[in-house]
Design a protein around this ligand. Structure first.
Ligand code: FES
Ligand SMILES: [Fe+2]
Length: 372
């Protein structure tokens, strides 16, 4: 890995990361140890679990999780691993008053406490028989969790890790009160960082999406937003001929109603919010070559007619298909022994990639030093 660190450190100013960062499983292990296990990951939206007892399961970084509304005001992210002999306790999603392990029927309450362990004498049950609860936070309607106990939610940080600038930038869109219409989980055949970069890159819009996006948000109108150590963003301004979005929150300005805000909360939540639609992709790396993508679409309108809802979902399915196809092809190129990186385009088109790379490299630094 040392030679790769040297390539990263010595890359020319304004260039991307060396291709091996996207293809080498050892690099993903390093990212996992030094970044992913310490950072906050989006698991879904708050309105996926509106009622007490609503839950869904998800695996992130080989960690099986239960996301459950344990009370009217609290959502918990619990380990989905039975304390008896390690069986995942819950599957899929639903509503329940208790989690009953399918193996020997140990039963847990919604906040993870052990309620029953058939035939095991009470005095043999240790205190740590509850399902461990991870740190979690709700932000703008997203649910985040973190595996590391010591990590601080970036929104609580006072330094440049703060999410405050992003909150101010997207405040008028009121993402937290948008309504989930649908969500899917897919596996994309590319490195997770390629997908983050692709989403942050206004440079590709007119080329990769000539029919779905170019006439609405052409590359030439993209404008970078000043980021921080915990996010980056850009504004996709609408072409003059793009139709107006009529339904939106009254606090939105006329200018904001003709923009989409695309952002990444580092490391791996990417989202686009417009006047009437929020689309997010929560990325969960599986290997250097594969990333699990939970993507969802929310609408400003609470009861959008089915036909309109279907149109919006189909449009985003098409955009995602176009991106997946191009990223699959990119991954083939990145694996070549001759792969290299040229200069990034200007600030407004790929400046967000530089923010992302700066974040990654700063988080890898400590690890680099201990490997040296
Ligand atoms: S593994 Fe869960 S009760 Fe035995
Ligand atoms: Fe795209």
């Amino acid at each position: 890995m040392q030679d790769l660190f040297e390539q990263i450190a010595q890359r020319p100013y304004g260039h991307g990361l060396p291709p091996r960062c996207y293809t080498d499983d050892r690099f993903l292990r390093l990212e996992t140890d030094s970044i992913l296990q310490h950072e906050w990951h989006c698991v879904g939206r708050v309105d996926e679990v509106p009622e007490v007892g609503d839950y869904f399961t998800i695996d992130i970084l080989s960690e099986p999780l239960i996301v459950v509304r344990k009370s009217e005001t609290e959502i918990a992210v619990l380990s989905n691993v039975c304390r008896h002999r390690g069986m995942p306790v819950a599957e899929g999603s639903g509503n329940t008053q208790r989690f009953r392990c399918p193996y020997h029927a140990w039963t847990y309450t919604l906040d993870g406490k052990l309620r029953a362990a058939p035939l095991v004498p009470k005095d043999q049950l240790q205190k740590n028989c509850a399902l461990p609860e991870f740190q979690s936070r709700c932000w703008q309607g997203f649910i985040f969790f973190c595996m590391a106990e010591e990590s601080i939610w970036p929104g609580d940080s006072k330094d440049n890790q703060s999410l405050k600038h992003l909150e101010a930038h997207v405040a008028n869109y009121h993402m937290g009160s948008m309504h989930s219409a649908i969500h899917f989980t897919e596996v994309w055949d590319c490195n997770w960082k390629s997908l983050v970069e692709n989403f942050l890159d206004g440079y590709h819009l007119s080329v990769v999406h000539p029919e779905t996006l170019h006439h609405l948000t052409p590359t030439s109108l993209c404008k970078k937003v000043t980021g921080s150590g915990s996010f980056t963003a850009y504004t996709a301004n609408y072409a003059g001929t793009a139709p107006a979005r009529e339904n939106h929150h009254p606090s939105l300005s006329a200018e904001q109603a003709r923009q989409s805000q695309l952002f990444c909360v580092f490391p791996a939540l990417i989202a686009s919010v417009s006047a009437d639609t929020l689309v997010y992709l929560a990325l969960h790396p599986q290997s250097a070559d594969k990333v699990s993508v939970k993507w969802g679409l929310s609408t400003f309108e609470e009861n959008l007619p089915e036909e309109e809802k279907r149109k919006r979902i189909e449009k985003w399915q098409k955009i995602n298909e176009e991106d997946h196809k191009i990223l699959k092809r990119l991954h083939t190129g990145l694996k070549s022994s001759r792969a290299g990186t040229g200069p990034l385009a200007g600030e407004n088109f790929e400046g967000t990639l530089s923010d992302f790379h700066h974040y990654l490299v700063s988080k890898l630094d400590a690890e680099t030093e201990c490997c040296a």
